[in-house]
Write a protein that binds this ligand. Structure first.
Ligand SMILES: [Cu+2]
Length: 348
């Protein structure tokens, strides 16, 4: 690879890094291996906001690159030429190349062998939502190991240039655990820098998702449809009408492999749904859910008032009836008295 190409690539990556940092929103997805596949799960749009069209996003890739185990990461990799090689290495999925959870003070090492030559490997960490990139080329320091420190405010350094064969050691310098993994931080990298990986799994029609709003335990099964403009991404659109954590349970099968896997939003996985009024301006509106609750309360009050009113009218009509009866009895008494007087008069 020529120096020029290397520089072009570096420029592209810098552009991406700044574009992502510039938006400064915490875009989080959870990546996990499910059988022979890797699932990357999250909301279609993050941050997810209550009352706005969103949905379940699932990206499925098949596992052809061994992760975590650096002893045999040559296995299964085809030494192609030039650009074609990037197709075999999953640089875009969360954890497509490596992923590790680091306790406070712990470290993780990954050796970038010649398969990574001329590639730029983006990486990021949760829940600090920071990212960096490793460029593997012919230039760079001639050392066996390069250290990347993980701090609350990001990676140090965030941009690493190494030669093939160098081990990168990630050190957690924070007081909390973190997850460091390959892949860009956001949902999707620009197409010019991250072409559709060769190992995406297309045309799955045998998976469904059960969406649960955790706090209320309200659940619904939805169909997953492959996004027409994003091969290997499966979506199920819905409008989250309550804030908080959601659980996505994928079930069915892929190519005969049974799938039943749950993903729940949290600060180390994918975003929870934010109440809408947090981002409303200038007037914060009541959420439809609050209006509905208020309406339900008013309806209850009206029903109670109605019952009271009919109770009152019941007792009122009872009183009227008693009054009429008393009146009739009174009249009857007068008539009897009159008759008795007449009779006594005739006798006299
Ligand atoms: Cu991630």
């Amino acid at each position: 690879m020529s120096l020029l190409r290397w520089r072009t690539r570096a420029a592209l990556v810098l552009t991406l890094v700044f574009a992502v940092l510039g938006t400064s929103t915490a875009l989080a997805h959870e990546g996990r291996d499910v059988g022979d596949y890797n699932f990357v799960v999250g909301f279609i749009n993050e941050p997810a906001v209550e009352g706005m069209l969103n949905g379940v996003s699932l990206r499925v890739t098949s596992l052809i690159v061994e992760e975590e185990d650096h002893s045999d990461h040559d296995a299964g990799m085809d030494m192609g030429d030039g650009m074609a090689m990037s197709g075999d290495i999953d640089l875009v999925s969360h954890g497509g190349v490596f992923v590790d959870e680091l306790a406070a003070g712990a470290s993780y090492e990954f050796m970038f062998n010649h398969d990574y030559e001329n590639l730029t490997v983006p990486f990021h960490a949760h829940p600090i939502e920071t990212q960096g990139s490793i460029m593997v080329g012919h230039e760079g320091a001639d050392v066996a190991e390069v250290v990347v420190e993980i701090h609350e405010n990001g990676f140090q350094p965030a941009m690493v240039m190494i030669k093939a064969g160098t081990t990168v050691k990630f050190e957690n310098h924070m007081s909390e655990a973190t997850v460091v993994m390959s892949g860009p931080l956001g949902d999707a990298a620009p197409a010019d820098i991250a072409p559709t990986p060769a190992n995406v799994v297309l045309g799955i029609t045998t998976l469904q998702v059960e969406v649960t709003h955790v706090a209320s335990s309200v659940a619904q099964v939805m169909d997953l449809k492959e996004a027409w403009n994003s091969p290997g991404q499966y979506k199920s659109e819905f409008i989250p009408t309550s804030p908080g954590a959601y659980n996505f349970r994928f079930f069915g099968e892929i190519d005969g492999q049974v799938v039943d896997e749950s993903f729940e939003s949290s600060n180390t996985t994918f975003d929870e749904v934010t109440p809408a009024n947090e981002i409303q301006f200038p007037v914060q509106l009541a959420a439809p859910r609050e209006i509905e609750n208020a309406a339900r309360g008013a309806l209850d009050a009206a029903t109670t008032a109605g019952t009271d009113a009919s109770d009152a009218s019941d007792s009122a009509s009872t009183a009227t009836l008693l009054g009429i009866v008393a009146l009739i009895l009174g009249l009857l008494g007068l008539v009897m008295g009159g008759l008795a007087f007449q009779r006594s008069g005739k006798k006299a």
